[in-house]
Each structure stands twice: as structure tokens, then as C-alpha cells.
Design a protein around this ligand. Structure first.
Ligand SMILES: *Cc1c(COP(=O)(O)O)cnc(C)c1O
Length: 433
């Protein structure tokens, strides 16, 4: 499998180059040259395969010519060592819990897979790799955990000051060793811009071997497409159509789902569920994409005004809005609606949502209202509610338990370097450290 840039479909690079470079020089994003179809035997037996088996079958189609099958299998076994339960809320709606990894958010899937893949690729190159990652909350800690103590790799995480939850901040500022946290006086989009500028800066690329661990890195998307296959296997309804609601921020998760569909997975519709950062939903409605300033919400990991992966989705559909409408519907929700959803789902099903999953739930619920009762809806629960305990606890009467791996980092001291959002300052930091 080779990869092209969304800005130049005639220039191809290997998986290794796409993963280690992160971004093409032309400012586009890497995309796989095609989506090899998953064999019907596999699609028909998804419900009898384990997550790891599915992960191997699907990813070997994409990556099998870039690394040996044994190595790929080892990466998968090593990276996906946690549960992925699908919980049925009622006859029509199920929730796929993606938060059972070490940092309690779905970002662990991508970060654990990508870190192992990168380590495999840098192992024999003898050079040090510096990974720059902007985070809206959960990427930072997942990436930090994924790469912690990996030899030859340094990780720099940029997060927006005051815009991540206290728990999220502790998770990404208390690791140390090869992990550095930069607290940026700005928004997630400012952090993302700093990272993008650094990649395009020839002075820096001369001095450092830089790459990205954001969902702008295509290695993040591949592992995220895997759980869609697993989810479809779990609802095991041969005839009824299945729709999936994805709570979206930077749109990596949705892009990965669309990749799965392109590989042959029968998902009849994707719901892009967003908070008040609704530039994508407006685009679906009007055909005009206007990046907006980030608005702060209670589902903060989705506070993205100019989602990078929008440009990948455009590319997948050849900028054809009509074709996009066939596969994707979008809805946006306020914080109030999100709070109400957490309350209601707790009262009705005794199930505790986090604010991101709650946005996903609202999307599935709204879409199903106008469908026949045959349609099965799945929404993705992307974070453990304990990560957002300050929002969730007052909405449910049961005590939310904080898992040990979260409470232990609360006791440690935060270590972060405070910087402005000026590129000059960031560049100087990279130069001197
Ligand atoms: C990152 C994140 C999202 C948004 O995912 P994207 O792939 O950026 O669209 C949603 N929920 C949580 C908890 C996240 O951490």
C-alpha cells in the first residue's frame, strides 16, 4: 500500500515515509491509494472473531505489503490488550465502549498502534525522532502513554491552557521522561497551527526529525477503522441496516469509519454528531465550509473549529457533496442538550455517559426517530465518564468511581512549560531543547 497527498495525487510514498513524516511537504494530508476489500468470508464471520483477529485480517490488507505479517500481528496483540464491549441500551440502540485502554479514551487505539509502528520503523534508522502533538484533551495523554520510555523517540505535547479538564491536564503533564508538555496560551486550533507550521519550516526539518501523532498522521486512522468491524459483528443483525453515530471533533474517527465502509463494511449511514463547533454540519447543510473560531464546550475534546480531517473526507468523496449526503448526516447539540442526555440515559437505562458519548447518543436518537424500527443504531462512547466527573457527577445520582489509573496521576505534580501562541516562541523552544 502506498500513500498520496490530498494536494497531489501523483506523488506516492511508502507506509514508513507516511508514518514517519506525518505530513506531506505540500501541506496536504496522506491518504491510502486504495481501500482493499475485506473478504466476504471475514465479513460474514465477524461475530465469531475476536477483536485482535479482526484487527489482523483487516489491517493486513492495508499494511501487509509494508511489514511482515508476524510483526503486524505482534503490534496488534501488544497494542489492543483491552476490552471493547458493545452494550445494548434498548431494542434499537447500542453503545460501543471505546474507553477501556490505559488513558480511558478511544485515542488509546490509535496511539498504541501508531507508537509501536513508529518504533518498528525508527529502530534501524539510528536517528532520534521528535513527535509533535496538539491535543484538545485526550490525544495528549494517549500519545504520551503510547510512547512513554520508547527509545529514540521524544514527544512534545501542546495543549490549550485552561481548555482541558483538570484530570486530562494531570494525565498529560505528569508522565515525564521522554514526554514534555507545553501549555499554550491559545485554543486547540492555535496548537494545531503551531504544529503544522513547524512541519513546514525548513530550518527545523534540517535540525530535527519531526513527525506528528495527531490524526493528521494516517497511522492513527488505520487502527480506528478496526473497531467498526468489531461493532458490526456484535450487533449481528444480518438483514437490518446499521447506522453509526460518531461524536466528532477533528473528524479522525469518522474518517476511519468511512474507510471501513470503503473496505466493504456494511454501515448504511454515519451520523457526524458535534457540539457547538459545527462547521462540518453547516457544510453538509450549505455546501460551504467556513472554519470557525473554537467554542469552548463541556465535550471539550470535540472543540475544533477547523477539523483537519475534513480535507480527507472531501478527498474521499471527490468533493461531491451529494455522494457525501448518501453516507453522512450531521447534527449539532448545545451543552444543555448534552447535559439533558446524560440525565435521561441515566434515568432510563441506568447507564452513565460522558459528555462526548452523550453527543453521539443524541445523534443516533435523532436519526432513528425518522427510521423504521428495523434499523439498528450504534453510537461510540469515546471516553470514560470519570474523566469528566466535574460535569457528569451532578447529573447522575450514583457515585462515579474513578479508576485507579486515573486517580494515581491526580496525586502527582503538574509539569508543563507555558508558552504563547506565537510561532517564534515555539520555534525557539524547539531549537533550544
Ligand atoms: C478526540 C476525541 C473526540 C473527537 O474525535 P475526532 O477523531 O477528533 O473527531 C471525541 N471524544 C473524545 C473523548 C475524544 O478524546
Amino acid at each position: 500500500m502506498q500513500f498520496y497527498s490530498t494536494n497531489n495525487k501523483n506523488h506516492f510514498v511508502s507506509l514508513k515515509d507516511a508514518v514517519l513524516k506525518g505530513l506531506p511537504d505540500d501541506g496536504g494530508l496522506f491518504m491510502p491509494e486504495g481501500f482493499p476489500q475485506v473478504r466476504p468470508e471475514i465479513l460474514n464471520s465477524l461475530n465469531s472473531l475476536t477483536f485482535q483477529e479482526i484487527a489482523f485480517e483487516v489491517s493486513k490488507n492495508l499494511l501487509g505489503d509494508s511489514l511482515s505479517k508476524t510483526i503486524l500481528k505482534n503490534i496488534i496483540i501488544n497494542a489492543f490488550n483491552f476490552e471493547v464491549p458493545l452494550i445494548r441500551l434498548n431494542e434499537q440502540i447500542s453503545v460501543l465502549e471505546l474507553y477501556h485502554g490505559p488513558t480511558l479514551a478511544f485515542k488509546d487505539f490509535a496511539a498504541r498502534f501508531m507508537s509501536r509502528l513508529m518504533q518498528y520503523f525508527v529502530k534501524d534508522s539510528n536517528s532520534e525522532l521528535t513527535i509533535l502533538t496538539a491535543t484538545s484533551g485526550d490525544t495528549g495523554s494517549a500519545v504520551a502513554h503510547g510512547f512513554h520510555n520508547m527509545e529514540g523517540i521524544n514527544v512534545i505535547i501542546l495543549y490549550p491552557s485552561g481548555m482541558v479538564s483538570e484530570l486530562q491536564e494531570k494525565q498529560l503533564t505528569t508522565i515525564g521522561d521522554n514526554i514534555t508538555a507545553l501549555e499554550i496560551r491559545g485554543t486547540f486550533d492555535d496548537c494545531q497551527n503551531l504544529v503544522k507550521q513547524a512541519f513546514l519550516d525548513p530550518d527545523l526539518s534540517e535540525k530535527l526529525s519531526l513527525t506528528s501523532a495527531n490524526s493528521i498522521n494516517v497511522a492513527r486512522l488505520i487502527p480506528q477503522s478496526l473497531y467498526y468491524f468489531y461493532a458490526i459483528g456484535q450487533v449481528s443483525t444480518k438483514k437490518s441496516p446499521v447506522i453509526v453515530s460518531v461524536p466528532c471533533g477533528n473528524f479522525g474517527n469518522l474518517t476511519a469509519g468511512l474507510m471501513a465502509k470503503n473496505m466493504g463494511l456494511p454501515i448504511s449511514k454515519f451520523i457526524a454528531s458535534v457540539n457547538q463547533n459545527d462547521s462540518f454540519v453547516k457544510y453538509l447543510d450549505t455546501g460551504v465550509f467556513t472554519p470557525v473560531k473554537t467554542k469552548k464546550t463541556i465535550s471539550n475534546a470535540m472543540d475544533v473549529g477547523n477539523p483537519s480531517n475534513f480535507y480527507r473526507i472531501l478527498d474521499m468523496y471527490n468533493h461531491d457533496l451529494k455522494a457525501m449526503h448518501r453516507d453522512i448526516t450531521g447534527f449539532s447539540y448545545s451543552d444543555d442538550q448534552t447535559r439533558q442526555a446524560i440525565k435521561k440515559v441515566y434515568q432510563e437505562y441506568n447507564y452513565v455517559l460522558d459528555p462526548h458519548g452523550a453527543v453521539g447518543y443524541l445523534g443516533v436518537k435523532e436519526y432513528l426517530k425518522k427510521q423504521s424500527s428495523q434499523v439498528q443504531g450504534i453510537f461510540l462512547e469515546t471516553a470514560h465518564p470519570a474523566k469528566f466527573i466535574d460535569v457528569v457527577q451532578q447529573l447522575v445520582s450514583q457515585n462515579i468511581e474513578i479508576p485507579e489509573r486515573l486517580s494515581s496521576c491526580m496525586k502527582k505534580e503538574k509539569e508543563a512549560i507555558l508558552l504563547s501562541k506565537e510561532y517564534k516562541e515555539f520555534k525557539q523552544y524547539l531549537y533550544e531543547n
